[in-house]
Design a protein around this ligand. Structure first.
Ligand code: ADP
Length: 452
């Protein structure tokens, strides 16, 4: 496995070295060229000065004077006549001088010029200056030693090698820090996710800086908490489901056995068979609700919206449930003075209101009133179901929307529900992009409000 820090550092180091080399070569070339050009200029200038003096005042003293001026400096001078004989010279190497004199005799330069040489190979930079002073004519040659330039280049090389070495050391420090800051936390996170996939959700990740790595660590921590919660919920859900299914099944078996006994008259047997049917119906509803919940968890159910009248919608529902309310002697009121359009999945919305009404019916006493409201509030369509039933305590209000939650866990079977109704209502409302909330007081009643 290649480490990410190695990859990063490698690309970083390579780019940096390329940049460094290009920059150094460029600097090196520029500095040496500038220096060489400067030397050429100075050589040409000094040479033409000497030539001017010579032309103005050609005599032994001037000749001597020129040579004297260059003695002891980095430059040397030689003056030759038109036939190539040396008249005067300071300490120039004999062989070198002869070579250049031969060259002048061949080329016969007519104006000041530099002799093109490679300063890297040749011991001198050379310029030639032809002079004419009365009947005397010839050439003045200037020589500049290339040793100072080579010394400069040598110095530059030394500096650049030091700088290059220094940057390589810095790069390795960067590599070390990168691997500390980047790779180690990543390895810790990898180990944490491996632990999680094995089922251990207690991940211990160090607190990291507020950057992408820190965010990743936070996400992993959240994920592990979520997984732990899901695992716990699944366990609870399964045990509740098996309990919910187990109880009616025990009754079913019990009553079936009783109904099979000999010596029962027709009406008694009918009574037991009726109870069996009722229990079977209850089981059927439970299974259907469980299927709904499972579907909602998988997000596989779809919401198909259409536009319809709120008043008509409420009236249709009330018509449907009126008989059950009449049977329990509970008055059902509609409050929907202003009609407006609802845009929702009619079937699902019906399921929401039916579940709420079903609860209102269950948890209200005979003689009480249940009100269904439909109105508009700001940009929302609001549907409300209000009852004067037993109410829900503040602490239970937080949990009633959870799956299989019942306020009274040990209540008698005659109360029915398995605690799935409100969970389904909540999922359906949220699938519509809406919200549901409850206001309730123990002993006074409850108001369930759906906002779409
Ligand atoms: P259930 O099928 O048991 O009614 P729900 O999910 O519909 O399950 O409701 C969860 C719990 O919330 C119920 O057990 C009940 O205690 C409480 N509850 C729901 N609606 C009302 C209501 N209108 N008045 C009082 N309590 C209610």
């Amino acid at each position: 496995m290649k480490k990410i820090s190695t990859k990063l550092a490698a690309s970083f180091i390579i780019s940096f070295l390329i940049l460094d080399t290009v920059l150094m070569v460029y600097l090196h070339q520029t500095i040496t060229h500038a220096r060489v050009d400067e030397e050429w200029d100075r050589l040409l200038e000094t040479g033409s000065n000497h030539r001017n003096v010579l032309e103005d005042n050609y005599n032994e003293t001037t000749l001597h004077h020129i040579v004297l001026m260059e003695n002891g400096s980095e430059r040397d001078v030689a003056i030759v006549d038109e036939t190539g004989n040396i008249i005067q010279q300071s300490a120039v190497n004999e062989d070198v001088l002869t070579t250049y004199i031969r060259q002048i005799q061949e080329e016969k330069p007519t104006e000041d010029m530099i002799v093109p040489v490679d300063w890297n190979q040749s011991p001198y930079l050379v310029s030639v200056h032809p002079y004419v002073a009365g009947e005397n004519s010839g050439t003045l040659l200037m020589f500049q030693s290339t040793i100072p330039i080579r010394q400069l280049v040598h110095q530059l090389n030394l500096h650049f090698i030091l700088a290059g070495g220094g940057s390589i050391i810095v790069l390795f420090i960067v590599y070390f820090l990168l691997s500390k800051w980047l790779t180690r936390p990543l390895i810790r996170m990898k180990e944490a996710t491996e632990q999680m996939s094995k089922g251990f959700y207690n991940v211990d990740l160090p607190k990291l800086a507020n950057d992408e790595l820190g965010e990743l660590a936070t996400s992993i921590r959240t994920l592990s908490n979520d997984l732990r919660r899901v695992k716990r919920e699944r366990k609870e859900f399964l045990s509740s489901v098996s309990h919910e299914m187990g109880t009616p099944l025990t009754y079913l078996i019990g009553y079936a056995k009783v109904a099979q006994r000999g010596g029962l008259d027709e009406s008694e047997r009918f009574h037991y068979v009726a109870i069996i049917e009722e229990e079977a119906e209850r089981l059927k509803t439970l299974v259907k609700n469980l299927m709904d919940v499972a579907q909602m968890d998988e997000m596989t159910f779809s919401v198909t919206k259409s536009e319809f009248s709120a008043q008509q919608f409420i009236q249709d529902i009330v018509q449907l449930v009126q008989p059950s309310f009449d049977m329990k002697d509970i008055t059902l009121h509609i409050e929907a003075a202003h009609d407006f359009s609802l845009i929702a999945d009619r079937m699902r919305l019906e399921q929401i209101i039916l579940n709420l009404l079903d609860n209102a019916l269950h948890y209200s006493k005979s003689g009480s009133i249940v009100i269904v409201r439909a109105f508009q509030e700001k940009a929302y369509a609001v549907l409300q179901v209000e009852d004067n039933g037993c109410g829900i305590s503040a602490e239970n209000q937080q949990e009633i929307f959870e799956k299989l939650y019942r306020v009274e866990k040990s209540r008698s079977r005659s109360f029915g529900g398995a605690g799935l109704g409100l969970a389904i209502v909540k999922e359906l409302t949220e699938a519509h992009g809406g919200t549901i909330e409850v206001q309730s007081e123990l002993g006074k009643g409850s108001i369930f409000t759906v906002r779409l």
